[in-house]
Design a protein around this ligand. Structure first.
Ligand SMILES: *[C@@H]1O[C@H](CO)[C@@H](O)[C@H](O)[C@H]1NC(C)=O
Length: 395
């Protein structure tokens, strides 16, 4: 009986462990920008994305070729309303027309999970966008509701980290006073529709602006002493997490502490102009590799350690037609011909789908599932031990 008991318990454990290991996997997201004249066609891009085992992508428009190519692909897509459309889409009729022509024909074959209504509107040179964005989000959301799509497709608007007045220490996080009013309305909308607050966060910018005072290891996620927030006592070993927690604190100060905060863009350029300190292949590879590693470990920020930080890397390709300094054209993980700009660890995957080192990542949701299984395994184990003990007694 003792023999059977332990065999059964071993079998149960193996079974449950294998369930917990083969649970849902989900990868980090990738930003698929298209500002290049040499980028491959969407079908080829999809193959590249899939062979890298990326399952989430964001595009900066509603390019019909991409929406068509990504149908039935298993890749989730966030699409974007261009900033110059915001004033038009404040009108509910126009918004309905837009959703009817730009979203509805492709959904659900193409798994559009979110509509980004503008990008970095609060820091755009065109300051009128600031007052357009919330009304446009309300109209687009209203149109989705009318078409019965609102529970499948979220409406949000990624902001630049430049909306912050204070970001250091993270607990001091606050929005620029001139934006507080509109960002309060913005957060109220996100809260009422259960949508996340997405932020584009680039520790690279902070480093480039002050390379003598900011430690490279701290911005690159390398081992370093880090800093302790004197008010929360939380320890930060990298700047990205500190920036995200600063945003969480800023939102909390406006009264919407429960909002989910996610990173819609982060990355590091592999090349820059003379004055763009730190824009090197080595640093770009280190930043993205370390980020990937932390994602695989399901890390959350010090303020929300149990929730994996959702991150979309910028960007899939180097985009040769982007204006601005050299760095702007060199954020890609890949060259336009599909070869790697540098090795992030996606390499083995892009060329051998049978590689055992999967970069597929467990999502925060599946992490909960994971925990569920783990505790189930635990209780199963306790139960079987007790059962064995009980069975042993008569002998
Ligand atoms: C689309 O993505 C959502 C969110 O991850 C997922 O729940 C849903 O199952 C996906 N739909 C399809 C058809 O794959």
């Amino acid at each position: 009986m003792k023999f059977y008991g332990s065999t059964i318990s071993t079998l149960c454990l193996l079974l449950l462990l294998s369930i917990s290991i083969s649970g849902f996997v989900e990868s980090l997201g990738i930003n698929y920008g298209q500002v290049g004249n040499n980028l491959p066609p969407p079908e080829t891009v999809l193959t590249l994305i899939k062979s890298s085992r990326l399952t989430k992508a964001r595009i900066y428009d509603t390019n019909p070729e991409i929406l068509t190519a990504f149908a039935h692909s298993g890749v989730e897509l966030i699409v974007t309303v261009e900033n110059n459309m915001l004033s038009t889409l404040m009108n509910p009729q126009q918004a309905l027309q837009w959703v009817n022509s730009h979203i509805k024909p492709y959904y659900p074959a193409t798994n559009i999970t979110g509509i980004s209504v503008g990008n970095e509107v609060f820091t755009d040179e065109d300051t009128s966008l600031t007052s357009y964005v919330v009304p446009a989000m309300v109209s687009v959301h209203g149109a989705l509701s009318q078409l019965g799509l609102n529970s499948y497709i979220q409406v949000f608007s990624p902001t630049s980290a430049g909306v912050l007045q204070e970001s250091y220490p993270p607990s001091a996080g606050s929005f620029k006073p001139e934006l507080a009013n509109v960002i309060t309305q913005f957060c109220r909308f996100l809260h009422s529709t259960n949508a996340p607050f997405w932020v584009n966060a680039y520790p690279y910018f902070a480093y480039k602006d002050d390379p003598t005072r900011i430690q490279l290891d701290y911005v690159l996620f390398n081992p370093n002493a880090g800093m302790v927030d004197p008010y929360t006592n939380l320890h930060y070993d990298n700047m990205l997490y500190a920036q995200v927690d600063a945003v969480i604190f800023a939102i909390w100060r406006l009264g919407y502490g429960g909002l989910d905060v996610r990173v819609s863009e982060t990355g590091w350029p592999s090349k820059g102009d003379q004055n763009e300190i730190g824009a090197t292949v080595e640093n770009a590879a280190t930043y993205n590799k370390n980020l990937l590693r932390r994602q695989m470990a399901n890390q959350g920020t010090p303020l929300r350690p149990s929730v994996r930080l959702e991150v979309y890397v910028f960007a899939l390709f180097n985009e040769d037609m982007k204006p601005g300094p050299t760095s702007e054209r060199n954020y890609g993980l890949f060259q336009p011909d599909g070869t790697m700009a540098y090795n992030v660890g996606l390499s083995s995957l892009a060329h051998s789908s049978t590689s055992s080192t999967s970069i597929s990542l467990t999502s925060s949701a599946s992490k909960e599932t994971h925990k569920g299984y783990q505790s189930l395994v635990y209780w199963m184990f306790i139960y079987l031990l007790a059962f064995q003990g009980f069975m042993r007694r008569p002998t």
